[in-house]
Design a protein around this ligand. Structure first.
Ligand code: NDP
Ligand code: OXD
Length: 312
């Protein structure tokens, strides 16, 4: 099979890892100056492809996107409607995301944001009540590859965990599954820490807004490693100002890089991280793409096949 490769930011490591695993196929590098036999290309491995990438690929049937979230990828100009898009599923991201959210949940449970404020004014005797992890209810929006993996990580660390998803899930013992929009308010009202691990779709854009925050227990904490457009940023600032939320840890933003003048940077109750919660790892990504290609060749349905009509 002839495959074309373009992955923004790759220094050659991913391409070489893919070539090792897919040695029965020819992978053409879009970025080098060798001619590409466009008519024979049936698959693409891509991330942030340049303008015009799809223009000559008339025989493309499958595109392997090198990321877990494909909201941006699905909007690539020229992306053909009739090709299958396959995304990464976990590929080492579950472990990283588990660490990120566990850090945030411990930060919230141990009220580190308040201690930080006390430190800034050299205040020692802080009348702080700390709940146990078990008494801290973490609600995760999304129970997919990452949401369910994070849920297990938190439950293993004694937090009380629930996940909210479109369809009901069977999750590891002790983790509650709640599903459907009709249950969202009930779910949120029982979340001391709210984590967003939803894909960005029409239905989930702006879901973290003033209305949703009003159902959270007063003083709860938000962790958003989903996508920036899940959050209505001014609503978060208002909720922090009013005390409805006590703090937030954010990895993704409506504009990335986060502009240097954005109020989140210096907000004493906001932890900002620069979209680093879970990175695509070279070996894991290459292995998963090679496995997906083998699965498709055998007539199967690969794990990360995106349902394009629903956006994830
Ligand atoms: P999945 O597709 O595996 O899981 C998505 C989950 O969200 C599913 O449980 C799905 O429910 C649920 N969901 C989707 N739409 C709705 C809705 N309208 N109402 C309720 N539930 C909904 O995605 P992943 O777990 O692999 O990834 C989640 C997101 O994490 C990515 O899309 C990306 O935005 C983000 N991400 C961020 C990274 C970072 O470094 N910050 C790194 C990697 C990913 P159901 O299963 O019932 O359909
Ligand atoms: C992803 C991401 O979706 O890095 O893979 O955000």
């Amino acid at each position: 099979m002839n495959i074309v490769f373009y992955c923004q930011g790759d220094d050659g490591s991913l391409l070489s890892a893919l070539r090792q695993r897919l040695d029965a196929h020819v992978i053409h590098d879009w970025s080098d100056d060798k001619p590409i036999p466009f008519d024979r290309i049936t698959a693409a491995i891509a991330w942030m492809p340049p303008v015009g990438f799809f223009d000559h690929l008339a025989n493309l049937t499958h595109i392997y996107a090198v990321a877990a979230g494909v909201d941006h990828f699905l909007k690539t100009p020229g992306l053909p409607d009739n090709v299958d898009v396959i995304r990464l599923t976990d590929a080492g991201m579950g472990r990283q995301m588990g660490e990120y959210v566990l850090y945030g949940a411990l930060h919230a449970q141990r009220r580190m944001h308040e201690l930080r404020l006390a430190q800034l004014v050299a205040r020692w005797d802080h009348p702080m009540k700390v709940k146990s992890a078990q008494d801290t209810r973490v609600g995760i929006l999304g129970a997919g590859q990452l949401g369910s993996s994070v849920a297990k990580r938190l439950a293993d660390n004694h937090f009380t965990v629930s996940c909210w998803s479109r369809s009901p899930k069977t999750l590891p013992e002790g983790i509650t599954s709640i599903s459907g929009s009709a249950e969202l308010q009930r779910f949120v009202s029982a979340s001391d820490v709210l984590v967003c691990l939803l894909p960005l779709t029409e239905a989930t854009t702006g879901i973290l807004n003033a209305d949703l925050f009003s159902y959270l227990p007063t003083g709860s904490f938000l962790i958003n490693p989903g996508r920036g457009a899940h959050l209505v940023e001014p609503d978060l600032l208002d909720a922090l100002q009013s005390g409805q939320l006590s703090g937030a840890m954010l990895d993704v933003f409506s504009e990335e890089p986060l502009p240097s003048t954005h109020p989140f940077w210096l907000h004493p109750r906001v932890v900002v991280t620069p979209h680093v919660a879970a990175k695509s790892l070279i070996d894991e990504s290459a292995t998963q793409i090679a496995e997906s290609i083998a699965c498709v060749e055998q007539g199967g349905t690969p794990a990360g096949l995106v349902e394009r009509h629903r956006g994830y």
